[in-house]
Design a protein around this ligand. Structure first.
Ligand SMILES: Cc1ncc(COP(=O)(O)O)c(C=O)c1O
Length: 404
């Protein structure tokens, strides 16, 4: 008879798992930061900002890139660049970070919240189509955690209804959908380089596009109206009338840090993907557990998190997801659990009056968040497979006792 550690049995992890951090430091980057410091050239279309814009866009197979301060203003600027504004509706998924849903409000538009697919946890194309009205102008699918929104279906719906598409790629650095980099399939891609992300400079954001006109507008929006590549005080031409621009410039220091990480993005993404597939094969042997399904046409699936799912009816009566989390922690696998804990419109920071957004559908997202969600950080996927073997052992034990 299996005895769980929480009931006084032997712990699965005799030592805490040693997880390799996603975020690493490189001496070459430190040398570059030192050089930038003494150069006194720290911002304003600097050398490294320009290099990052070209190189990261190219990595994601997009024609153009624009580096900004974070992955929230990138969404705001993307909407502005596409001409979305007051009176318009923008469709967003119910399960994402609140920034995806707040961005439309910043430009005076209303977010319309739709449900996600039960397997990928990304925007459900059927729910998207059902929510379209004559006011709908844009849609923001999110490539969430370890999956991708179905860009083939979403693009077909968007083209049919003349909607603009902004891919929220905050979790998808290095991801490829059907041979194309994420962020290069829709009209604009939006990346975040915030502290927890797969590439980070503490803060930072990035837009990708293939359209030279959008590139011009995005550059101006982030750069208080200056044309791409201008020197301070010398913009060759003013922005189009009515384009209200911001100062959302990031610095040379951040660009240098990201350039160092970009060198390792390919190998790191491949390692995480290989380990995710390995772990997925172990999960197939554990009754009651599955995982988030990778992007349907993923050529390379980027993993920001690995999402375990408790199947419906998987647990004995009286046992909950919280019991599973506590039992896993007692086995030595702490920190596995929900991420945001709520759908966007229920999140405590979603401080939006009810008349400023429309909730269209969210049942799948809410059910998943409440009952099924067990999330592992990407560092579980950064090392060898020993930790994953032990984690599968711990999950097998817990499900043997708590499973229906
Ligand atoms: C899906 C998603 N979109 C947008 C953002 C916003 O990015 P940032 O924190 O850089 O503003 C985040 C992250 O934090 C995110 O997870």
């Amino acid at each position: 008879m299996v005895k769980l550690a929480i009931d006084g049995g032997r712990k699965t992890f005799q030592e805490p798992p040693v997880l390799n951090p996603v975020l690493r430091t490189y001496p070459e980057t430190a040398a570059l930061l030192n050089e930038i410091y003494f150069s006194k050239n720290w911002s304003f279309y600097g050398k490294y900002e320009n290099e990052l814009a070209v190189k990261f866009a190219a990595y994601q197979t997009a024609g153009y890139g624009i580096f900004m301060v974070n992955g929230t203003v990138t969404l705001e600027c993307a909407l502005q660049a596409l001409g979305v504004g007051r009176g318009d509706e923008v469709i967003v998924p119910a399960y994402t970070w609140i920034a995806t849903g707040m961005a439309p409000l910043y430009v005076g538009a209303a977010p319309v919240i739709v449900d996600v697919e039960p397997d990928t946890l990304c925007m459900d194309p059927g729910a998207l189509e059902a929510a379209i009205t004559s006011r709908t102008k844009a849609v923001i699918p999110v490539h969430l955690f370890g999956s991708m929104a179905d860009m083939e279906k979403i693009m077909a719906i968007a083209r049919k209804h003349d909607l603009k598409v902004i891919e929220d790629c905050a979790h998808s650095h290095g991801g490829f959908w059907d041979g194309k980099g994420t962020g290069s399939v829709g009209d604009i891609g939006s990346f975040s380089f915030q502290q927890s992300k797969l590439m980070t400079a503490g803060e930072g954001g990035f837009c990708t596009t293939n359209d030279p006109e959008l590139f011009d507008r995005l550059g101006r929006l982030k750069h208080i109206g200056y044309q791409q590549g201008s020197k301070q005080g010398k913009s060759a031409s003013p922005p189009t009338e009515g384009l209200l621009c911001h100062n959302y410039r990031a610095t040379e220091f951040q660009a240098a840090i990201l350039l160092g990480q970009l060198e390792h993005l390919g190998e790191d993404t491949a390692l995480r993907e290989k380990n995710a597939l390995y772990f997925q094969s172990l999960l197939e042997k554990i009754p009651g557990l599955t995982c988030q399904k990778r992007g349907r046409l993923a050529t390379v699936q980027s993993y920001y998190f690995f999402v375990l799912m408790l199947e419906k009816g998987a647990l004995k009566a009286g046992k909950t997801r919280l019991d599973v989390m506590n039992a896993l922690a007692a086995e030595g696998a702490a920190g596995i659990g929900p991420i945001w804990g709520k759908a966007i419109f229920e999140h405590p920071l979603w401080n939006v009056p009810k008349n400023q957004y429309r909730l269209e559908s969210s049942q799948v997202a809410q059910n998943f968040i409440e009952h099924q969600e067990l999330v592992l950080g990407a560092s579980w996927l950064m090392g060898d497979t020993e930790n994953l073997d032990l984690l599968a052992e711990a999950l097998t034990k817990v499900m043997a006792v708590y499973g229906a």
